[in-house]
Design a protein around this ligand. Structure first.
Ligand SMILES: [Zn+2]
Ligand SMILES: [Zn+2]
Length: 470
């Protein structure tokens, strides 16, 4: 037995006071609840509505993958390559049919979107002109866009400073402009694609609802310590503490990289809430590291009602939550990682320096949960945990993910087999083996079964995943 260590470059500093870290039992067995592969493939789309007009247009009911939280190059610390054309290209390489535009509150990005995108019959946006960027024939598909943005609300409520990131979704440019004209009275929208506003999250929700009856607000990465609705540092203990009488307008939560649906199932308060996953990508290649699988009408309205009634989301594609950088508790500077129990035993103080510990996502979930680990609500979409293909390749080849060897093999596989989600989730292992190596095929097989070892992330440090092969 040997292990392929992924993320080897991100050398993991061992805890000075290592705790016995228990990975939740049965977490990986979520795979067993999955329907075999996709229920229906895109080629089995069925028309659900014929729109009147001189150019009749079918809008299909279908299963498709969406990534509705990304950023543009107008956000701080993001790639210069985040253009509509590159998002269109990478959506195809990943197997994503609907990409959130991100940053729709930014005047520069919004006007670029208005120039380059055109509204289609489905209410989703498509590129006006076919871009000159090459996509291998094996990955080609249509990619649509949906107007989205993220706002960092920083404000005081009930005697404490609150920092809550909120995702907003708008059905058209007119609604986006209405929202932006309200928001621009509060702060400078041009300074950052994800503006920081002194604005109560509940007041933001009110503005979103006024912008359009089809607009949506979803709390972003709901459990991260510093900037989320349930965050340990500046969040709340319930949605109603944050949104008061407007709470019924919160239909969904983004689980974030450090939590998965099974962790969220432990709160009965979230039973009526749709759990969604997105990448929060800051570069095109990170698109789809988490994503949501819809089975609904392929339209803005289909996605909107699929989220609000909860029936349109069939599954989510997840990081292994321990890999997220705020999963466990700890103090990064001291290399200390702790379990929730150890943190309590230490009085929430770093055992090395005595400073404040960063309380992670697992700890917050345990504090707010009213069900034991492993509990599952009667109705809950399934989920799958994946490791990005490039990370798997880097681990197998024992090279960095930016190296030419890893990049060459990544694009060769896409060319030979199809998009990344197809390779990670569906492609027969023999085909992967023939196109690359037995080792990579085994690594993907182990990942699909959840046979991985994880050194959990904490206090801003990503966890390290290793795929064990027998
Ligand atoms: Zn955020
Ligand atoms: Zn410390």
């Amino acid at each position: 037995m040997f292990a392929l260590f992924l993320f080897a470059r991100a050398a993991f500093t061992r805890c000075k006071k290592p705790g016995e870290y228990k990975i939740r039992p049965n977490r990986n067995f979520s795979f067993l609840f999955l329907k075999p592969a996709a229920k229906r493939s895109a080629c089995q789309e069925r028309p659900s509505r014929l729109r009147a007009g001189s150019q009749p247009c079918y809008i299909f009911q279908m299963e498709f993958i969406a990534d509705l939280h990304i950023h543009s190059r107008f956000s701080l610390a993001t790639s210069r390559d985040l253009t509509p054309e590159n998002l269109w290209k990478w959506g195809q390489l990943k197997g994503i049919r609907v990409v959130g535009t991100g940053d729709c509150t930014h005047p520069g990005w919004l006007s670029e979107l208005e120039t380059k995108l055109v509204s289609s019959e489905s209410g989703l946006l498509t590129l006006r002109d076919q871009p000159g960027v090459a996509v291998p024939p094996s990955c080609r598909s249509e990619v649509s866009f949906l107007l989205s943005g993220e706002i960092s609300c920083i404000y005081r409520k009930a005697g404490r400073t609150r920092k809550v990131h909120c995702l907003v979704y708008l059905p058209d440019f007119a609604a986006a402009r209405r929202l932006n004209s309200q928001l621009s009275r509060i702060g400078n929208l041009a300074s950052d694609g994800r503006p920081i506003l002194k604005l109560d999250a509940k007041d933001l929700l009110q503005m979103v609802l006024e912008a359009s009856p089809s607009a949506l607000l979803i709390p972003a990465h709901a459990w991260t310590p510093h900037f989320s609705v349930f965050g340990a540092v500046s969040g709340f203990d319930s949605l109603s503490e944050c949104f008061d009488e407007l709470t019924p307008h919160i239909y969904a939560l983004e689980t974030g990289l450090s939590s998965d649906p099974a962790m969220n199932w432990r709160l009965s308060a979230l039973d009526g809430i749709t759990l969604v996953s997105n990448s929060d990508a800051h570069s095109p290649a990170k698109l789809g590291r988490e994503a949501t699988v819809f089975d609904t009408e392929f339209s803005y309205q289909g996605i909107f009602s699929g989220i609000t009634n909860g029936r349109g989301v069939v599954s989510t594609i997840e990081f292994f939550p321990e890999q997220g950088k705020y999963h466990a508790d700890g103090h990064r500077n001291c290399g200390v990682r702790l379990t929730p129990k150890e943190t309590i035993d230490c009085g929430y103080r770093c055992p090395v320096c005595g400073g404040k510990l960063t309380v992670g996502v697992l700890h917050r979930v345990e504090l707010l949960a009213d069900r034991p680990a492993g509990a599952r609500p009667e109705v809950a979409p399934t989920f799958r945990c994946v490791i990005p293909l490039l990370d798997l390749i880097g681990g197998v080849l024992q090279v960095g993910t930016a190296s030419k060897r890893a990049q060459d093999l990544y694009f060769k596989l896409l060319q030979m087999l199809g998009n990344e989600f197809y390779i990670l989730l569906k492609a027969p292992l023999e085909e992967i083996s023939v196109a690359s190596s037995v080792l990579l095929a085994r690594a993907i097989g182990e990942m699909r079964l959840g046979e991985v070892d994880i050194d959990p992330g904490y206090d801003g440090k990503f966890g390290v995943v290793s795929v064990i092969q027998r």
